[in-house]
Design a protein around this ligand. Structure first.
Ligand code: ASP
Length: 326
């Protein structure tokens, strides 16, 4: 006969087994093979750099490799479309950002995905302040001169960006609308290659995420006029804010975050979110992100729910800014 204790034990095991049935076996053991992280821009750019820093740590936590696949084109929307259509099994993810998951909505009337309906938010990785940058021999010395020069030479100057709907495109659309100028846009497959062109003096200016710019500014290979955030960035203490430099209306900070295709199981999302949070708490990961000027999200902003809220508010914020440009 079963004792009370073993009966209770049997009941508990039965409950545990029932609970186990609620989570598919594939999610329970996840991950059992390599995960692909699609990066919608060229290698070496800000989204690529942030993805590599964070996923290297996540891979250790998860016990499986995370392979970065750079899929370029159409301001990041080609890759994001591919991610939206991928199997929702946790093995294909995408690093989306303020462009792919917000600015693209008003800019592409036929966008093949909807950031809110076709993805499960996983985790915000990093905030990335926007800087106004120029080739090092661009004549203006400071932001006031830049504004005057760009207005006076509106027909001649050009601005590099990473394709329609990218962060560099959307944030410079905002800047250009404030200045009331329409420079010639020069598209690249990411601001990694756009930065190379800026360093080589082939393009005039660019609005880019800080992560891509700190090494170049420190090396003196490009000019930085201002950072478009209320405070200076600790990684670039000598670069004034747009407010200090006389253009307070231009405020812009982008962000990069992990998304999974819609319908990915909540257990897998929770596993990935926990691994991302662990990475963001790692001293070495933090050091590398902070050296590049990123803003590491506060704990309250690291949940999938917080990312869903961010996406919604960013679509609402960028739609009126970019609608007239589309
Ligand atoms: N984040 C992009 C990159 O990594 C560029 C952009 O959105 O402007 O190149």
């Amino acid at each position: 006969m079963m004792s009370i204790r073993s009966l209770a034990g049997a009941c508990l095991s039965a409950f545990a087994a029932l609970g186990a049935f609620a989570v598919p076996a594939s999610a329970q053991n996840y991950p059992t093979r390599t995960i692909t992280m699609i990066v919608p821009f060229a290698a070496g750019g800000p989204t690529d750099v942030i993805s590599r820093i964070v996923t290297a740590h996540m891979a250790q936590t998860l016990g499986q490799s995370i392979v970065i696949e750079n899929v370029v084109g159409a301001g990041g929307t080609t890759a994001t479309t591919r991610a939206a259509r991928a199997a929702n099994d946790g093995y294909t993810l995408v690093t989306g950002h303020m462009g792919t998951h917000a600015a693209s909505v008003p800019l592409y009337p036929k966008l093949a995905y909807h950031p809110e309906k076709d993805f499960e938010p996983v985790a915000l990785l990093a905030g990335t302040p926007i800087l106004i940058l120029a080739r090092k021999d661009f004549p203006p010395k400071d932001l006031k001169e830049f504004v005057a020069y760009v207005k006076a030479n509106a027909e001649k100057v050009n601005a590099a960006h990473a394709g329609i709907g990218s962060v560099s495109h959307a944030s410079c659309e905002l800047l250009n609308s404030i200045l009331d100028v329409k420079p010639v846009g020069v598209p690249f497959n990411g601001t990694g290659p756009a930065m190379n062109a800026l360093v080589a003096g082939q393009v005039d200016y660019m609005c880019d995420q800080i992560v891509n710019a700190v090494p170049q500014i420190n090396a003196g290979t490009i000019k930085a006029y201002a950072v478009a955030t209320p405070e200076r960035n600790p990684s670039l203490p000598n670069v004034p804010t747009t407010t200090e430099a006389g253009l307070p209306a231009f405020q812009a900070q982008a962000w990069n975050a992990i998304f999974a295709p819609k319908g990915t199981s909540p257990a897998i999302i929770a596993t990935l979110n926990a691994a991302a949070i662990k990475a963001l708490d790692d001293d070495n990961v933090r050091k590398r992100l902070l050296e590049l000027g990123s803003v590491i999200p506060a704990p309250a902003n690291r949940t999938p729910e917080a990312l869903a809220t961010l996406v919604k508010s960013e679509i609402a914020k960028w739609t009126p800014v970019l609608k007239p440009a589309s």
